[in-house]
Design a protein around this ligand. Structure first.
Ligand code: ADE
Length: 254
């Protein structure tokens, strides 16, 4: 069945998810009953899970895989950020060959864009990088990225999400200069992986979708890190419900 996920029609049978943190994606693995598949590379902590979502009377089966960059052995935390996410996504794409790659996870939102804790956004407009400042001709725009998001209105509606501009950087704490960038570019979600994965997906010719749930507000007096820690578990559950809703929509749509 052709996809209406944005861009030229393509059949969607195999869906790969990349989550940065185990806490963000563990619930979806349980809910879908996915099997652990081990490491994506023997020398890296990146790991994956896969399984089949069975079709109903009018639905088709979907093959689903979920990958994480894994835990950093030196620091004992998830390997968040662009480099581990891109490496993991590359390995998953080569191993699993998804028709659609979804980067799902949490983000910092902006009150001025109408976000509140638990709001869900899909990446729209262009994916940006806010921490790649390269003041040289051509490299300046390469640094910012502006990788087009190909997302259809029906996907947004299926998720019950808003569409917004996602900006990626490898720091959780923003600088004053980055805050100016967020205003100027009307950024809606600040997170740490999506633009890199959008770029990889474009290079590999794989349909890409970013789905982000707001754990904290960048333009709020409470520090992002304390709101993030308090809301991570609850917001990950909201995200899980919406991703199930999306899979169901993909499975049964005409
Ligand atoms: N993930 C969740 N909240 C975030 C924030 N404020 N900045 C970057 N990544 C995030």
């Amino acid at each position: 069945m052709p996809s209406d996920l944005g861009g030229p029609p393509v059949e969607i049978h195999r869906i790969g998810f990349i989550f940065a943190m185990r806490a963000e994606g563990a619930g979806l693995i349980d809910r879908l009953g996915l099997q652990e598949r081990g490491r994506l590379d023997p020398d890296l902590p990146a790991c994956w899970f896969s399984g089949r979502v069975e079709g109903g009377p009018d639905g088709r089966d979907l093959e689903v895989a979920i990958a994480f960059a894994g835990e950093d052995p030196q620091h004992g935390c998830d390997r968040i950020g662009t480099t581990p996410a891109t490496l993991t996504a590359y390995l998953l794409c080569r191993e699993f060959r998804p028709d659609l790659l979804i980067n799902a996870g949490t983000c910092g939102g902006f009150q001025r864009a109408g976000a509140s804790i638990g709001s869900i956004f899909v990446g729209g407009g262009d994916f940006l990088f806010h921490d790649r400042r390269i003041p040289l001709p051509k490299f300046d725009e390469f640094g910012i990225g502006r990788i087009p998001a190909l997302v259809d209105e029906s996907v947004r509606a299926a998720l019950g999400a808003e569409s917004g501009i996602i900006s990626t950087g490898d720091s959780f704490a923003p600088t004053a200069e980055e805050r100016v960038f967020f205003e100027r570019e009307r950024v809606t979600c600040k997170e740490m992986e999506a633009a890199s994965l959008a770029g990889l997906s474009r290079d590999l010719g794989i349909r890409f979708l970013a789905v982000k749930a707001v754990t904290d507000l960048v333009d709020h007096p409470e520090p992002e890190e304390s709101a993030f820690a308090r809301n991570l578990s609850r917001v990950s559950q909201i995200l899980e419900d919406r991703l199930i809703q999306l899979l169901e929509w993909i499975r049964v749509r005409e």
